[in-house]
Write a protein that binds this ligand. Sequence first.
Ligand code: NDP
Length: 246
Amino acid sequence: MQAEPMTSKVVVITGASSGIGQATAIGLGGEGHQVVLAARRTDRLVDIAGKINADGGTAVARAVDVTDRGDVAALVDGVVSEFGKLDVFVNNAGIMPLSRLDALLVDEWNQMIDVNIRGLLHGIAAALPHFKRQAGGHFVTVASIGAHEVVATGAVYCASKYAAWAITEGLRLESDPSIRVTTISPGVVESELADSISDPTAQEAMRTYRAISIPADSIANAISYAIGQPPDVDVNEIIVRPAGQR
Ligand code: NDP
């Protein structure tokens, strides 16, 4: 079975400066899509976009902080005026500063809520009006296996991913068939995600837990599959985890 014959799509990817976002930008850029890499570390974005362009692709780098609604709106409006359309918005930016609740790292709880939930909502708020006007578009949310099960030290992170799952499912239910909605839920994947953990106990636990990580390409491939389907086929969710992850 084949996916759709490739038509070049304009794809915005948040959190494209490392890990899953970077792999997705490189993968989709290599397939001929026009990719917009968005995150805060612009030096990284420029470097990754430069490599995609050097390999014959089309990529641009855009500074964005997803916790700032105005930033995300300006990103999307800028893309639509520059490329004439927006086909896919990949809500991927996320952080995971794990800790037990009794460590009371309240600032980190709030940061997770701001990036993983508010950031996602800002992406939807920015892109949805364009998708409705164009009568077409595709939202991809990078949630987590943490959207399906809670682990100790992951109460707030998992809550943010349950929320991401619920918001994305609600978006799917409310959308007319011209708008497709996909949740990708990764298991343990190689990336910089665990670097955001400041709590020493959670850091130590993660070292063992993450030893079985699979490459970020495995998630990029799932995103490519979802967006490559014919317009009447909506891949609603894909869970991708290491074969050894229980
Ligand atoms: P990384 O830490 O490698 O990437 C996270 C990305 O998010 C970075 O590009 C970072 O860019 C960006 N980001 C963080 N905060 C902001 C912000 N305020 N505004 C804009 N961008 C931001 O981790 P992953 O690649 O693993 O994470 C990608 C997604 O995958 C996350 O949503 C994560 O929860 C999810 N996930 C990852 C798993 C894993 O095992 N790796 C498992 C399950 C889900 P910058 O700092 O430059 O802004």
